[in-house]
Design a protein around this ligand. Sequence first.
Ligand code: E4P
Length: 241
Amino acid sequence: MEFFIDTAIVDEIKEINAWGVLSGVTTNPSLIVASGRDFREVVQEIAEMVGGAISAEVTSLDAEGMIREGQEVAQWSEHVVVKLPLTPAGLQACKALTSQGIKTNVTLCFSVPQALLAARAGATYISPFAGRVDDIGWDGIDLIRQIKEAYVLGGIETKVLAASIRHPMHVVQSALAGADVATIPYKVFTQMIKHPLTQAGLDGFMKDWAKRAGASSETPSSEAGTNPQAGGVDAQGGSKK
Ligand code: E4P
């Protein structure tokens, strides 16, 4: 499963991109506004930084407007994927833009029938919103699993992009459900990388390294020292208290 980051904040993208794990970025109108940046300028900066697939969403509600906007944003960078809402106009625009060789991400998907329609309209990606489905008491991960199963059975090549990811277990469950991509908020990336045993283990190695012959008396710093969780666990993973 590939990882995209779900933000338009350049500093967040820069930090996670440096880890070497990103295949793309998803934005939406809310995320663009939250970035405080000009739409075109920020999309182009992100595309140059990350490459891969960069989703930029149209804001027209009619098919003609969506097609016009989609054609325009697709010219901003070869990496742009035009994001379209899962409405009749969005499907119509998806079909038209796909036939012009423009990549599309059909978003705001909440059901398998919607996902099947988007695939038939030629979507490159379908974005089921796991977290928002969970929010209404349904099972967002099961939706992803069912969409992937229906696509595999039907020989459909549209990629399943797990969206509205709220925590690291959503990422794990999306991978196990067969998602091709998960788009993950910055905060969840920072949660994914942390483990108290990694931090405590590194702290222990650094303390021992400082004891070698000829080492300076200065205590080496590891990230362990900045992680409040690491303080409660010794180098072997046992509790210090
Ligand atoms: C997907 O591309 C959307 O930008 C995003 O995942 C929506 O997530 P939210 O439900 O946390 O707003």
